[in-house]
Design a protein around this ligand. Structure first.
Ligand code: MN
Ligand code: MN
Length: 271
């Protein structure tokens, strides 16, 4: 089995409302090491053992340029990467880096929010803007957003401009993960989950998904996944570590998805 690299980016300098996601990578790793759990995914892959998972040192950084430069040094095409944020602004430099390494890929984005603002409170690099930057710079072949429940007229206009496929919560029954083409990058904002299950986030938007539905979708994905991020966990807003436990479970199932990416796909593009 190929080794997945786990890379924390404890950066929340672009959060518009509440700080705290910078504390997430360390808290999630602590949870992953808890003796309450075993190392296997539901498909019985030993995703958390040392042979399967390499834990990289965190990238401690201060802005977009910095993050981009550090990622270009740290990320290689031979291993699938799972990135732990941090706020959602980190996805723009991550996608830019992976695009240079792998060529074009599709993005599957789970979120309560579109994050398609052209600018937010005067900042084009805000955590409310990463997918506007990604699409205007042609860094993804397509963008599919799932779980949205905060649409605005401006963001609807943006999603039409960039040809985004949006599955809002009110239409969620139409989403079928088996219809997606690969290769895929998954960007997972924890606030897509209903805050009743994952309260440790900055923007609690009720009416979201249960983790079981998401795990079922991850297990149904046919297309190869070359990388993923889990962002916006805010330990300062967590309740009794409930959200840390959700992150641990999500990390395991995401590692299982990444371990299914064919080796050839990674090597082929690494030249
Ligand atoms: Mn969000
Ligand atoms: Mn987001």
């Amino acid at each position: 089995m190929k080794q997945i690299h786990l890379l924390g980016i404890p950066f929340d300098g672009k959060s518009s409302y509440a700080g705290g996601p910078r504390l997430a990578p360390a808290r999630i790793r602590e949870e992953m090491q808890s003796s309450a759990y075993n190392v296997y995914s539901e498909n019985m892959r030993p995703v958390l053992d040392d042979a399967s998972l390499h834990i990289c040192d965190d990238l401690v950084l201060t802005d977009y340029e910095d993050i981009l430069a550090a990622l270009k040094k740290s990320v290689s095409a031979e291993h699938p990467f799972l990135f732990l944020g941090g706020d959602h602004s980190i996805t723009y430099p991550i996608v830019e880096t992976l695009n240079a390494l792998h060529g074009p890929f599709h993005i599957l984005h789970f979120d309560a929010h579109c994050d398609l603002y052209d600018e937010f409170e005067g900042d084009r690099f805000s955590h409310a803007c990463p997918f506007a930057r990604i699409m205007e710079n042609d860094l993804a072949s397509s963008l599919t957003q799932v779980g949205i429940r905060t649409m605005t007229p401006h963001q609807l206009e943006q999603s039409e401009k960039y040809g985004v496929e949006v599955y809002e919560m009110k239409d969620i029954a139409h989403f079928d993960p088996r219809s997606l083409d690969g290769p895929i990058y998954i960007s997972f904002d924890l606030d897509v989950i209903d805050p009743a299950f994952a309260p440790g986030i900055s923007h609690r938007e009720p009416g979201g998904l249960g983790l079981r539905t998401i795990i079922d979708w991850l297990q149904e994905l046919d297309a190869p996944v070359i990388g993923a991020d889990i962002v916006e966990y805010n330990p300062l807003r967590d309740v009794d570590g409930i959200t840390a436990g959700v992150c641990y479970k999500l990390v395991k199932e995401m590692l299982d998805v990444l371990s299914r990416a064919p080796e050839a796909l990674l090597r082929e593009k690494s030249l």
